[in-house]
Design a protein around this ligand. Sequence first.
Ligand code: FES
Length: 210
Amino acid sequence: MMLAHQNSCSDRPADGASGTLRSVPQGRRAVLKAALGLGLCFSFFDGAFARDEDPKTARPQEGDQFVFSSGDRDGQLVTPEYLPLGGPQQLAYPMDPRAKIVRNGSTLNLVALVRFDPAELADETRALAAHGVVAYSAICTHQGCPVSMWQAQAKTLFCACHAAQYDPRDHARVVDGPAPRRLPMLPIKMVNGLLTVAGGFTGRVGGEHP
Ligand code: FES
């Protein structure tokens, strides 16, 4: 099993975490980076930073496109040919294509994109997919770690923190581990060859508060 991109997400904030949170005025991105270093759960920041009036933290909007969140293609538009058929997932952030604003001000906007043969998808899942590409919140519903790993044999999205697994072919149904609910799905469609958001998340994004 690959263990890349592992972020721990402890049951309680690490020592010094509360001091970090008190430093919010120093800047949201700085705090988020500090939190990643401390292994804090992303659900911790949902209420604190999600501000609809700020386009960078607003949840994905209909018409948004996607850009890679990291790696060699960081910031580049995601098109289906960049998604290997049958997985693994690619992590991305939504972007307002008119203003060119990437909604990476909230880690809760991180999305996992996976491409399948449409015939492999459950009917309900296919209805929210675009040419076999599915999009889910990449934040674990257990305690908010990024779901950044992939179980190739089972073709499941894997959270390294406590080993939750989700089936992306079936609306991210939980197939193993402690996650209490599916990953919310993000409906998408194809517009001019680009993956495009077709509606809001199907449920609340983020983990349960410890
Ligand atoms: S945060 Fe516990 S399994 Fe993902």
